[in-house]
Design a protein around this ligand. Structure first.
Ligand SMILES: Nc1ncnc2c1ncn2[C@@H]1O[C@H](COP(=O)(O)OP(=O)(O)O)[C@@H](O)[C@H]1O
Ligand SMILES: O=C(OP(=O)(O)O)[C@H](O)COP(=O)(O)O
Length: 408
């Protein structure tokens, strides 16, 4: 697939609508990991230095099509200004009069952040009127949100159908680095999929088992598989209505040549809070009033032994609720072991995802992995061999058909 890059565009005096992913972890109103912000700076700077205006489009969290002050991008603006070293204007809507006014006030070289695109239901349905409303704000569309490219949304896919489009620097870098490390992965390949986005990532495991030799299921994702096996998980995070899908994955894995690894022991607590009393138990002994918040030492040892037998590791999703110690123990221990084997030259390690990168930074090992992607779900879908709609829409060959397809 061929797409244009920033080098193919003339930004002088133009307004660029730049789709970024600044869906960053936040605690007490502050950004706790700015990796996704830092990685979009080259694109923003290229456009401003070329005399263009930058209008940033992004989602934040999953607000379900309605405004929600807890998911306002105004919360991310201070961290963006600090990283960029220049003021960033803000408009309280990504379309309509507030957005138009803010764009009209923007100077060449200026940067404007528009409010969360997901405050409109039409973002996730790729609604053409929403796309048209956003397209009216700029001259060129730049997609620098590889980590949201698995979503065929108005701001990730629709806009590329309507405006002259190109990939940003981060989009280019992600595709190049993932292809170099994982295009033809050295085997055996192990994948770790953990974290909390169970329903949106569970389906993709059906395909992933055909691509990897070992699949370690951890974090909140593992709980749904424990339910599928008939185990009690107390008050743990899980999506019980997806137990059938989990059962299918377990049943199909062997035929697909993939060994599935589930937790052997668990760390449980009655509340998710600093200093909460916690206990390590065998996986089949979770009390009814407790929740599983991490994997135990036996599981850590099994995962470490697996790393030693593999040549490639891909990892998305923490193994526990890493934000609060000691529930970061399994994530930290496995991250440190992967980093050690990478330094020793026996493992190619690629990890990604907003929270996963934050967890690896917290463990102090992000620089020791072969490659750290800003993407989680998108990189797993890329790994499955799927075409990502946000990337496909940038395809130069499609560009000639834009006028035929759109008639607004
Ligand atoms: N056992 C668990 N119970 C509840 N939450 C968990 C558990 N394990 C991991 N998590 C949570 O998963 C979240 C990260 O998941 P996710 O968003 O899927 O990762 P990423 O952003 O890296 O793709 C973290 O907030 C972490 O606390
Ligand atoms: O954080 C993201 O993905 P990730 O959790 O897979 O890293 C992206 O911003 C996509 O968000 P979404 O999964 O709500 O579409």
């Amino acid at each position: 697939m061929a797409f244009k890059t920033l080098d193919d565009m003339d930004f002088a005096g133009k307004t660029a609508l730049v789709r970024v992913d600044i869906n960053v972890p936040l605690k007490d109103g502050r950004v706790t990991d700015a990796t996704r912000i830092e990685r979009i700076l080259p694109t923003i700077r290229h456009i401003t230095e070329a005399g263009g205006k930058v209008v940033l489009l992004a989602h934040f969290g999953r607000p379900k099509g309605k405004p929600d002050p807890d998911m306002s991008l105004s919360l991310v603006r201070p961290a963006l200004e600090a990283a960029l070293g220049q003021p960033v204007a803000f408009a309280e809507n990504c379309i309509g009069i507030p957005a138009k006014k803010a764009v009209s006030e923007l100077q060449d070289g200026g940067v404007l952040l528009l409010e969360n695109t997901r405050f409109h239901a039409g973002e996730e349905t790729n609604d053409r009127m929403l796309v048209a409303g956003m397209a009216a704000l700029g001259d060129i569309y730049v997609n620098d949100a590889f980590s949201a490219a698995h979503r065929a949304h108005a701001s990730t896919e629709g806009l590329a159908q309507l405006l002259p489009s190109c990939a940003g620097r981060l989009m280019e870098a992600e595709l190049k680095a993932l292809d170099a490390a994982l295009g033809t992965p050295e085997r055996p390949v192990a994948a770790i999929v953990g974290g909390a986005k169970v329903s949106t990532k569970l389906d993709l495991l059906s395909n992933l088992i055909t691509r990897v030799d070992h699949l370690v299921i951890g974090g909140g994702m593992a709980n749904t598989f424990l339910v599928a096996q008939g185990l009690a998980i107390g008050t743990s995070l899980a999506e019980r209505d997806m137990a059938d899908t989990a059962r299918d994955i377990l049943a199909n894995a062997e035929e697909a040549g993939c060994t599935i690894h589930l937790p052997r022991d668990i760390v449980i607590a009655r509340e998710f809070a600093a200093g909460a009393a916690h206990e390590t138990l065998p996986v089949d002994q979770c009390p009814d009033d407790a929740m599983i918040l991490d994997a135990g030492p036996e599981t850590i040892a099994a995962i470490s032994a697996l790393f030693a037998d593999c040549r490639t590791l891909v990892w998305n999703g923490p193994l526990g609720a890493f934000e609060i110690a000691p529930f970061d123990t399994a994530t930290n221990a496995c991250a440190q072991e992967a980093a050690r084997l990478t330094a020793a030259g026996s493992l190619i390690s690629v990890a990604g995802g907003g929270d996963t990168v934050s967890a690896l930074n917290k463990a102090g090992v992000a620089d020791d992995f072969t490659y750290i992607s800003t993407a989680g779900g998108a990189f797993l879908e890329w790994m499955e061999g799927k075409t990502l709609p946000g990337v496909a829409a940038l395809d130069s060959e499609q560009a000639s058909n834009k006028d035929k397809e759109w008639n607004i």
